[in-house]
Design a protein around this ligand. Structure first.
Ligand code: ADP
Ligand code: MG
Length: 524
């Protein structure tokens, strides 16, 4: 009974480092009777801070186990929370960047649940009275490697709240024991709760990517999902057009942008399968098994858990300085607004108007800080065409990194060396093959300039018409059959001959000249 919806396969077809991802399922949602997915995200982002949200312990949880734990983080009786001002500032900056209404007064609650890595038995959070609410995030939806024009999407934000992280339980199978590491306990987080405004998995992945870039620009969160610095919970439901929203499931703690898309796609397919077979989707928490490519049930939420919220008695209400009054020692919203840096959407608009780049190219460039920095640096040279810079970065440069498995933020290329390569190509000093070869040498760590490399290897392009003609006639004489085939109308024969000429010149011939000369010679 799978006839009411269609599966279509999307394949990765980009050759670049950034856009490699596995095949995934998708479905059509265009016709009235088909299932419409609805997705709402909750994102936990770790605030960049030297110390924890309510204690002076370091946030360096990658260190030794239980090494960053103050008595408060371990819930030793008699210890009290002290709110970290830096974290409030980060929360306000995030709220401003996400166009939220900032609450002049917010407060903290205890949310009770019982788990070994939560020694106090409650988490301090702002769920009921958050620092900010009613914002939105505008972003570009673009599927890497898929040839579909990007489009603009907006997701509303219900609220942003400050809260503490919990510790970590380690279940040791050899010791038959569970161990607890409290380094994470009390790490400052902001939680951003989005409204259920998204319609498919790619929109969710694009939203997460944009949020990461924004939080990085305002120095609120590193966004390093692989380190757990940003975790996504995806709420997913399906329903038919004109019917109320379906029951949702929540996929917890997704740790990469691609996993967000994959997990949601699989969860939608799972729910469709259940409904098509006459079953009901139950409200439950699931987790994403990236290796097995399935979402797995963790616990059901049919009975709403009672968290017994109560005001945190040891923290006063959080007041903010909303009018910029210097006298107050509260966090100053006005001065933080002035500190807001340029955000990714603004950068994209600027790149399009200043350099005349296409929408898709600016998305690709802005999505990677490294590419953006290189682009801006190289394009400072007014004699270089910015479109050529984009080309070399998105095609040749990424191909070299990909080929050698070099992470994009871990290479040593000087921007002016790439600039020099573009100049040499434009000045007909080297051809595209040599450009790529030299780029590869430079990326692999050669500190000489491209000019020096080209000189030492004698890689200058052959532009001398006499030499070009000789290369052509030699190959024609050596390959009389191909020449005859060309004369008989075989189109591939011409390509065969040009390839031979290129090889004979050690890839140094000016191939535009070769094409012209060979055409003339073959007419004779
Ligand atoms: P709760 O109070 O139970 O946590 P919320 O209304 O705050 O529920 O929603 C929590 C998250 O679930 C939000 O991110 C929201 O966008 C999402 N959500 C709510 N209803 C749905 C639905 N029917 N389908 C998908 N996501 C949903
Ligand atoms: Mg939730």
């Amino acid at each position: 009974m799978f006839n009411l919806y269609r599966f279509r396969l999307k394949c990765s077809c980009g050759n670049s480092l950034l856009w490699k991802y596995p095949k995934q399922q998708s479905y059509s949602t265009k016709t009235k009777n088909l299932w419409k997915p609805v997705i709402g995200l909750e994102v936990h982002a770790q605030i960049i801070s030297n110390s924890k949200l309510f204690s002076g312990a370091k946030c360096d949880f990658a260190g030794l186990v239980n090494d960053c734990v103050s008595p408060f983080d371990a819930s030793i009786p008699g210890t009290l929370p002290v709110l970290n001002k830096r974290c409030v500032e980060a929360g306000v900056l995030a709220a401003l960047a996400l166009s939220c209404k900032i609450n002049p007064v917010s407060s903290f609650d205890r949310k009770h649940y019982f788990y070994a890595d939560l020694p106090s038995g409650y988490q301090i959070t702002q769920q009921r009275s958050p620092i900010a609410q009613d914002g939105f995030l505008q972003f570009q939806v673009h599927t890497p490697g898929v040839n579909k024009p990007p489009y603009t999407k907006i997701s509303k934000i219900k609220q942003i709240q400050l809260e503490q992280d919990s510790g970590k339980s380690l279940h040791d199978e050899n010791l038959h024991m569970s161990l607890v590491d409290l380094n994470r306990a009390g790490i400052p987080l902001i939680e951003v709760v989005f409204e259920p405004d998204l319609e498919d998995a790619e929109e969710a992945a694009s939203l997460v990517k944009e949020l990461i870039m924004i939080l990085d620009r305002i120095r609120c969160c590193s966004g390093r999902m692989e380190e757990g610095a940003l975790r996504v919970d995806a709420n997913v439901s399906i329903h038919r057009q004109d019917e109320p929203l379906g029951t949702r499931t929540e996929i917890k703690n997704i740790y990469s942008v691609r996993a967000v898309a994959n997990a949601i796609n699989h969860e939608i397919a799972r729910q469709i399968r259940i409904k098509e077979e006459g079953g009901t989707v139950i409200n439950e928490t699931r987790s994403w098994d990236a290796a097995g490519k399935v979402t797995v049930a963790m616990r059901d939420k049919e009975i709403k858990q009672d968290y017994r919220y109560m005001p945190e008695p040891n923290l006063p209400p959080l007041r903010l300085n909303m009018n910029g009054n210097d006298q107050s020692d509260l966090v100053n919203v006005v001065s933080l607004r002035e500190q807001l840096p340029e955000l990714p959407e603004e950068t994209r608009q600027k790149l399009m108007t200043t350099y005349g780049l296409s929408n898709i190219n600016v998305i690709q460039i802005v999505n990677e800080n490294t590419l953006l920095k290189l682009f801006l640096e190289i394009s400072r040279d007014p004699k270089i065409d910015p479109k050529k810079v984009v080309n070399i970065l998105l095609n040749d440069f990424l191909t070299v990194l990909n080929k050698h498995n070099i992470p994009i933020d871990n290479f040593n290329v000087q921007p002016d060396h790439i600039g020099q390569l573009i100049h040499m190509r434009e000045g007909q000093i080297i051809n595209i093959v040599i450009l790529r070869n030299v780029l590869e040498i430079v990326v692999l760590g050669d500190t000489r300039t491209p000019e020096e490399i080209v000189q030492s290897k004698n890689w200058q392009m052959i532009n001398d018409p006499v030499k070009i003609e000789k290369l052509c006639t030699d190959v024609m004489n050596d390959n009389p059959k191909a020449v005859q085939k060309h004369k008989d109308g075989n189109k591939r024969a011409f390509n065969f001959l040009t390839k031979k000429i290129s090889q004979n010149s050690n890839d140094l011939a000016n191939m535009a000249m070769v094409a012209n000369t060979l055409t003339e010679l073959l007419k004779k």
